[in-house]
Design a protein around this ligand. Sequence first.
Ligand code: URA
Length: 200
Amino acid sequence: MKSKTEQMKEIKNEILGLKKSPLYVERIKNKVLPVIGEGSHDAQIMFIGEAPGKNEALTGRPFCGASGRVLDELLNSINLKREDVYVTNIVKDRPTSNRDPSLEEIKIYGPFLDRQIEIIQPKVIATLGRYSAEYIMKRFGLADQIETIGKMRGKIFKTKTSYGEVIIIPLLHPAVALYNSFSRDDLKEDFKSLGNRITK
Ligand code: URA
């Protein structure tokens, strides 16, 4: 049986050579990196964002720019550190000029995320933004409960996976605090619902 680290490495290597993705060409042209994910492979909680931004593609690390600083503040508000959780995105390469990920991109990269979930086997999946909320809800048989992210935020959805019960918590994307559409306190309120689910 391959270790979790070995399985993650395999995913990384496959993504490095993912020539069928339209974002592969951009990655090579712009000399940037895919973002696989970061954190504990034994994490109870997995955070899933949308796609890497500029800073992420330059460093190969998820949420390392302005949104990442908001994420760190939110984690801190429920006494969590990055090392305690696993953070990744649905789409692993940066969509050019920060546009939203396309359906085609989600289809290409989604199976890698599915494998990462199977490797980590988190008890809680916290989605960041509407793309990952919709992807995960559909993936785990909750398509009929999808609403706008404004209505789903902070709610708890229980579901079964191949490895057991999982709680899904759709959260707002941390970037909304940067555009001032929501305050950090609004986001912290939703994070409390996540904090209440964690056994430390
Ligand atoms: N936004 C995301 O959705 N993911 C990142 O890694 C960075 C910003």
